[in-house]
Structure formats: C-alpha cells, structure tokens
Write a protein that binds this ligand. Structure first.
Ligand SMILES: CC(C)(COP(=O)(O)OP(=O)(O)OC[C@H]1O[C@@H](n2cnc3c(N)ncnc32)[C@H](O)[C@@H]1OP(=O)(O)O)[C@@H](O)C(=O)NCCC(=O)NCCS
Length: 174
C-alpha cells in the first residue's frame, strides 16, 4: 500500500511510492555510506538488487496490504530523496524504517521531519498503537532523529514510540 495524496511538512513531503523511482533507489542502495547501518546483524546482501528487481519490489509493495510505503520528496523541487516504510503487524503495531538516499539531503532535518510525518500518519490515520524499529547505535543521526521524534530505547537496539510520546519537531532553518 501507499498513501493517496501528498502529506506536506515544512521541509519534505510524504508522497505515494512510485516504482518509476527505481533508478534512484538503485543508486542509493549502491552507495555503501548510505547503506552501512541498514542491514543490522544480517550484514549486507551479497549483491544489490537490480533495477528490474527493484521495480518489481515497488509493484509488490503497492499491492501488499501489510506494508505502507512512502516516497519522501524535497518540498520545493519535488525531487524524490528517500523512502520510508511501515511494516504492519498484529495488535496495531508496526515496524518503521527510513532511508534518505540523497547524501546532500542528509543532516538538514529532513530525515527527522519525515520520521515525524510517518509516525503522525500511523497514529492518526492508521490508528496504530505502537511503532518499533531497530537501529545500530553507531548510526548517530538515526538515533538522534528517533529520540527527537519521541522514540524511547527498548531492549538491545530496539526503540519504540506510542501515540502519547510523539513530539512536534521544529524544522531547522524555517
Ligand atoms: C538516519 C537518517 C534518516 C537521518 O536523517 P537526516 O536527515 O540525515 O538527519 P537529520 O538532519 O534529521 O538529523 C537528525 C539528528 O542527527 C544529527 N546529525 C545529523 N547528521 C549527523 C552527523 N553526520 N553526525 C552527527 N550527528 C548528526 C542532527 O544534528 C540531528 O540531531 P539534533 O536535532 O539532536 O541536533 C538519514 O541520515 C539516513 O537515511 N541515513 C541512511 C540510511 C539509514 O541509516 N537509515 C536508518 C536506518 S535505522
């Protein structure tokens, strides 16, 4: 699944996932700096998914009732800079993941805002009761972004957020 209409923040917009963006996904996933903390204890896959595989993943994601996938666009230009996902679980819970793929867009508050927008959508529109994630503690921007939004550390590398914990994030430079 994906969203029907864009959800705008101050810096980024959540957009419907578009499999036509697969060339950008391929570029992002081929950048080892971007992906260094993505695969957790499993480690990186032997080979990065090909363009046809990524297009196919995008089409499957749109059809998957247990997944909500979002494109993330820079607000002014409308360029896609990343994506985010909610893997829906039983009992109104979901696992969150995010990738700001365009390196030039990292470190200016866009990942934090996109995380907050997805979490707000999850609680207000999907009526979820808890969002969880796993994060490598060396991934400082990710840990800080999640703390800013209100996630609290759980066991091991896990973090979780409930509706009452979601914080407003003040966009930088706006
Ligand atoms: C993790 C990610 C989503 C964060 O988004 P971002 O736009 O880069 O981060 P933000 O600009 O919103 O900054 C978040 C916090 O990290 C800090 N930060 C950003 N870049 C940093 C860096 N290189 N070193 C240290 N701190 C940094 C910011 O100052 C901010 O903290 P503060 O508000 O407390 O000052 C993004 O970097 C990303 O997609 N990385 C690659 C994929 C990935 O690791 N995904 C997450 C897997 S769990």
């Amino acid at each position: 699944m994906t969203i029907g209409e864009r959800i705008r923040g101050a810096l980024v917009a959540l957009a419907p996932l578009d499999p036509a963006d697969a060339p950008a996904w391929e570029r992002w996933l081929n950048d080892p700096v971007t992906t260094r903390y993505l695969y957790g204890r499993r480690g990186p896959p032997d080979s990065v998914a090909s363009l046809p595989e990524l297009r196919s993943w995008g089409r499957q994601a749109l059809a998957d009732p247990h997944l909500v996938a979002f494109g993330i666009e820079e607000l002014g230009a409308g360029t896609v800079i990343g994506n985010a996902r909610l893997q829906l679980w039983a009992w109104s819970r979901a696992r969150f993941s995010i990738l700001i793929g365009e390196a030039a867009h990292r470190g200016s508050g866009q990942g934090t805002e996109a995380t907050a927008l997805v979490c707000r959508y999850a609680f207000e529109r999907l009526r979820l009761r808890e969002i969880v994630l796993d994060v490598d503690q060396r991934n400082v921007p990710a840990v800080r972004a999640y703390l800013n939004v209100g996630f609290v550390p759980g066991r091991g590398d896990s973090m979780r957020l409930r509706p009452e914990g979601l914080r407003e994030v003040a966009p930088k430079g706006v």
